[in-house]
Write a protein that binds this ligand. Sequence first.
Ligand code: FAD
Length: 422
Amino acid sequence: MSEKKFDLAILGGGPGGYTAAIRASQLGMSVGLIEKGYMGGTCLNVGCIPSKALIHSVSVYLEAKGAKSIGVKAADITADWSAIQKYRNRCVVKLRKGTESLMQKNNIDVINGHGVLKDDTTFDVDGTVIKSKNIILATGSRTKSLPSLPIDGKKLISSTHALSLDELPQRMLIVGAGAIGCEFAYIMSGVGVDVTMVEFLDHALPMDDEEISIEYEGLLKRRKIKIHTRASVESVDTTGDGVTAHVKPRDGGDEFTIETDIVLVSVGRGPCLKRCGYEDYDIPIERGFIQVDEYCHTGVGNIYAVGDVTGGLMLAHKASAEGIMVAEKIAGMDVSPINYNNIPRATYSKPEVGSVGLNEREARDQYGDTVKTSKFPFAASGKAVVEGKATGFAKLIAIGDEKKLVGAHVVGPSATELIATA
Ligand code: FAD
């Protein structure tokens, strides 16, 4: 049985794990990174990158189709789904190779295999013993399902399946109108799929500021996407050619059915803990997620955990920020805990949504009558008007006479970049 020794061993090569590895190596540590799949994790392989590649293709297609309104005429504009898929794959492979070469450049020892935590300084990776003074658990997340919606990869699919569909269905039902569901609604409707969405909460993008969600929902409808909010899919019948979904209104009223060809189950993501050895070694876990303190320490030995496996905002830049902070903390640097209120959230479709800090309801719950809001419509922005993108608005939420900014929300063109200003 072979053995390797490191200053830092990391389980999981997603944005949390590989960013921590690079920072630790820069700070002089010997680093081992254990990954059972592809380098780059969910984000690079089946998450942010492939979804944004599809969104980019669809956006260019829709812009080209609409260009005659600004005096640019082109004939025969088509969306070639198999070529779009090849483009998506090229983006993923290129960036994955880039990440792999970063590992090499930074002398990070990548150990391919399934890692299991054995004690607070040891992993077993398919028979190889990895010993390390410090450990970071960064095993990420996976698609969640519901008992009434068992994913079979054919008629009931996850986002991972949806990213690489060989053929487009005529109709798609998307269950769950969070960021991932809405991004797929944009992609699919953009290439001509008849999209219907069902969301249990009050609006699409239910975690966003309510005014933003309402505006966004209206813009979805303008794209001819049908959306049933305050409703749940109770069961599906897949025995015929297509799928019949039985839908129940949340607040009473008649149940109804939706006929579709394929169902995308987009009801959130859960942590990857199975067969990692965490439970056997008393890593604190609550409601499925690893519990950590403000420095991402688990309270057990020198074991830290970062990224989706710790819950909170399940976003790539949150995972990377935690990875860097932990690497610096282990190196003995004087680090400050992450201010989670200042982590921006983004939905990449047209329009985009970007937000940071509190929404209006949260602000009013915390600060009562001292809350002030202001809105600026893109219809009043010269740049948005000349670019033909004058829908949506930016909304700022401030408190007190000094108008301290506590939240910013943008729905409209380039919202995911504009939000950095706030
Ligand atoms: P992951 O990226 O999940 O990486 C964990 C890694 O650990 C995986 O590679 C896995 O194989 C490995 N692993 C797990 N267990 C073991 C084991 N026992 N042994 C060895 N290896 C193991 N976020 C954004 O910020 N912006 C976006 O636009 C965005 N879009 C998304 C779109 C989709 C469709 C999806 C699904 C997600 C999206 N996300 C986005 C979320 C983002 O992908 C995650 O927040 C991010 O990947 C979390 O990083 P992580 O390092 O915590 O975990």
